[in-house]
Design a protein around this ligand. Structure first.
Ligand code: GLN
Length: 548
């Protein structure tokens, strides 16, 4: 379980950028905030971020990916909102569990303190006890960094968000003006006759002001850049200077957002408001580094099938991003072909067969597992490059046990408790656990890699540290049989099997961990790069064979 920070030292001198959202959710507020952070990092500042999720869950671990997208896992094992993944990728930092503030966490802490007698004699209230705890958490997460971005999830006006906005109001009251800036991200839609409409923005800023918060910056999410007239209107009605209104138009690739907002001078404005302009350094070099990575010309194009059960890109966000990073590194455009493991016929089957590589991602529960096992078998028998991640790794073991070792009915005990061959079984330390929240094997653990194996080539090292999130693992009783039939466990953490490979296949690689959580633009995850490289190499060989 990740630990929580203790009390805050009030002698800190950080800068805070608060980001709120108006009109509707899903505007890409997190990407806007992360992009601003990237630009500040380009200017040489140490930037960190905090995501506030006003829901009552203590963390994202127990939530269905259909509702909130993937559960992102931090190195300390925190199970958090996927926006933290965006911050890690954009800022190239590792964050910790205390960078995700939820209502569940805050209330639990305050109620525990109440029970312990810490507030003896007092009535415990949202103001000041909850708001104090929110402010403490923000300040602690910012500690030691130059700038902290704080994104408030949801939309201004939501009941759940009220204590947070009140905490921000107090925060602004307590800090110096040039240490804090409020950015409000809203939607600027088009009317039927093609006019950019500012009324929704006006309303949401009005709502914000009624709570006592005045934005310093307004960012308009729009299909295109905001017209000068739109900016003038927003400035007038929202009471901000015209040059504090920025466009954030739709772009094809989220990694281009920093380039877009930089064009409009968002970073310069933020730095001057925070009195940081004089300290900005090295901007040109770092800016070019990011631009260079994300605007790489692509020379190749490949199709990779993702065989999962949630037909929602956000449910596998980090995998999509890892593929993009591997694409940056290999100048390759990667199309992800969605294959529904629960519906492996027709179009889905055709896409699986069209793909040049196959990924079976993580997951929980029985639905879709036979489809995943079928996809593994197809990849293994047809020499299609394959990457199995967590549940995908486990399904590769099940498939091999059934079809190569001849262990009829082999399965994971998670899917079928009474299987005659539980080749994947519950981790011993999980036997007694009944609590579902934060109790899996979580976070960064080191894996030892066997020299001379494919894993050794992939990682270029004899150890790797990757993030985990699982309750089940390869059952030690079956390892000998699996190995005798040709499966190689090339990565281990003591007696746990962490990496599997098949030596006589072009690339058949599985990891019990989730390498996708450590992939970054400019530092793509090794298993993803190897998957893409194998596909590119086999295409080259095919092309040579045709010409020969
Ligand atoms: N459900 C499997 C387990 O708990 C795999 C988890 C995952 O894919 N993250 O071990």
């Amino acid at each position: 379980m990740p630990t929580e920070l203790t009390e805050y030292d009030p002698t800190l001198g950080n800068k805070f950028v608060f980001v709120t959202g108006g009109v509707m959710s899903g505007l890409g507020k997190g990407i806007t905030a992360a992009s601003t952070g990237r630009l500040l990092a380009n200017a040489g500042f140490d930037v960190t971020a905090v995501k506030i999720d006003p829901y009552l869950n203590v963390d994202a671990g127990t939530m269905n990916p259909y509702q909130h997208g993937e559960v992102y896992v931090l190195k300390d094992g925190g199970e958090v909102d996927l926006d933290l993944g965006n911050y890690e990728r954009f800022l190239d930092i590792d964050m910790t569990f205390d960078h995700n503030i939820t209502t569940g966490k805050t209330y639990r802490h305050v109620i525990e303190k109440e029970r312990a007698g810490d507030y003896l004699g007092n009535t415990v209230q949202i103001i000041p006890h909850i708001t104090d705890d929110i402010k403490r958490r923000i300040r602690e997460a910012a500690e030691g960094h130059d700038v902290c971005l704080i994104e408030v999830g949801g939309t201004v006006g939501d009941i759940e968000g009220m204590p947070y906005l009140e905490a921000l109001r107090q925060f602004a009251h307590e800090e110096d003006d040039d240490d804090i800036i409020f950015a409000h991200v809203t939607l600027v839609p088009y009317s039927k006759n093609g006019e950019q409409k500012t009324k929704p923005t006006q309303h949401s800023v009005k709502e914000l002001r009624s709570i006592g918060l005045q934005p310093d910056i307004v960012v308009g999410r729009c299909e295109d850049r905001l017209d000068p007239e739109t900016k003038r209107k927003i400035a007038l009605f929202c009471d901000v200077p015209v040059d504090a209104v920025f466009s954030n138009p739709d772009v094809e690739d989220i990694y281009h957002v920093p380039l877009m907002v930089e064009d409009e001078g968002l970073d310069e404005y933020v730095m001057s408001e925070l009195d940081l302009a004089g300290e900005a350094i090295q901007k040109a070099d770092r800016e070019n580094e990011w631009r260079g990575i994300v605007t790489q010309e692509t020379t190749e194009e490949i199709d990779i099938a993702l065989v999962g059960k949630y037909a929602l890109e956000d449910a596998y966000l980090s995998i999509h991003e890892s593929l993009k990073h591997a694409g940056f590194e290999t100048n390759t455009d990667i199309n992800v072909l969605w294959v529904d493991a629960d519906e492996m016929d027709g179009d889905h089957e055709a896409r699986l067969e069209r793909a040049e590589g196959i990924i079976v991602p993580g997951g929980f529960g029985a639905r879709g597992t036979e489809g995943k096992i079928g996809a593994v078998q197809y990849a293994r028998e047809n020499d299609v490059p394959f990457l199995g991640l967590c549940l995908g790794f486990q399904m590769a073991v099940v498939e091999f046990a059934r079809n190569v070792c001849g262990l009829e009915g082999a399965h994971s005990a998670e899917m079928e408790e009474s299987t005659p061959h539980p080749v994947i079984d519950i981790l011993p330390e999980q036997y007694e656990i009944e609590d579902m929240g934060g109790t899996m094997r979580l976070g960064a653990h080191e894996t030892d890699i066997e020299p001379g194996t494919i894993a050794h080539q992939v990682y270029g090292a004899t150890a790797c540290t990757e993030r985990h999130r699982h309750r089940y693992e390869v059952n030690p009783e079956y390892i000998e049989r699996l190995e005798a039939a040709g499966m190689v466990f090339s990565g281990r953490a003591e007696n746990r099997m962490e990496i599997l490979e098949l030596p006589d296949h072009p690339f058949f690689f599985g990891t019990q961990f989730h390498p996708e959580f450590r992939s970054r633009p400019g530092r793509a995850s090794p298993p993803f790069v190897s998957l893409v490289e194998t596909i590119l190499e086999s295409e080259e060989t095919d092309a040579e064979e045709v010409t020969a």
